[in-house]
Design a protein. Structure first.
Length: 233
């Protein structure tokens, strides 16, 4: 125990103090000091009182406030409506004869027939599509028919000085009325001035339409034009 050394030290100090006092008294009276038996002091160690146990701390429980009392709503007692007076049922009509019912059923059907006929008459009639006109192929002609004599192309002066000659093949596409639709050069003479002179001359020509089985048809006309110096003299 931690307090035992303290009590032992205290006991020794008391014994030493007591011996010192007795020796002093003997010296004062001139008597030799006779040591007496030391007094025995018994010291018992009392156990320390144990501290009282701590009471367990109980947690405080939050008390819920009492819920407010709701006012009791007393339901009103339902009032029974007054009893309705009994209505006397009308007597059921007598059934009609079957022949009359059939006649009534046929009457709406007969009335519906004129209405359907009126709708059919009011609806416009859809015209049948016309058959497409047959596609007529162009007829190739090498001997054209002219409305008036064709004007001969002029010989280019530069080609004449250079003694240039050649044949130009021109193709003209005509419609069913004989009007020119297209003019092109099929074969060149090798001289640009001669080719241009031939195309310029043919562009002013007027043709008759070609006919096939007594009907005018579009056609293609191929015309060779020759440029020669001997022929121009």
């Amino acid at each position: 125990m931690p307090r035992m050394p303290f009590y032992l030290s205290l006991s020794l100090a008391l014994h030493a103090g007591l011996g010192w006092l007795l020796q002093g008294q003997w010296l004062a009276h001139g008597q030799p000091y006779a040591p007496s038996r030391p007094a025995v002091i018994q010291i018992s160690l009392a156990p320390l009182a144990a501290p009282p146990p701590l009471a367990p701390v109980q947690p405080q429980v939050a008390t819920t406030p009492p819920s407010p009392t709701q006012p009791s709503s007393a339901r009103p007692t339902p009032v029974k409506p007054p009893a309705k007076p009994a209505v006397a049922k009308a007597p059921a009509p007598a059934p009609r004869p079957r022949a009359l019912v059939r006649a009534e059923n046929r009457a709406p059907a007969a009335a519906a027939r004129p209405a359907s006929a009126a709708l059919a008459a009011a609806s416009p009639s859809v015209a049948a599509p016309r058959p497409a006109a047959p596609v007529v192929e162009e007829v190739l002609s090498r001997e054209p028919s002219f409305r008036q004599p064709p004007q001969q192309p002029s010989y280019p002066a530069q080609a004449r000085r250079r003694n240039q000659q050649g044949v130009v093949l021109v193709e003209v596409r005509l419609d069913a009325r004989g009007e020119q639709r297209e003019l092109r050069l099929l074969r060149s003479s090798g001289v640009d001035s001669l080719d241009r002179a031939a195309l310029t001359a043919v562009a002013g020509w007027r043709f008759h339409p070609q006919s096939q089985n007594g009907q005018a048809v579009p056609s293609r006309v191929q015309i060779p034009i020759q440029f020669a110096l001997t022929a121009s003299r």
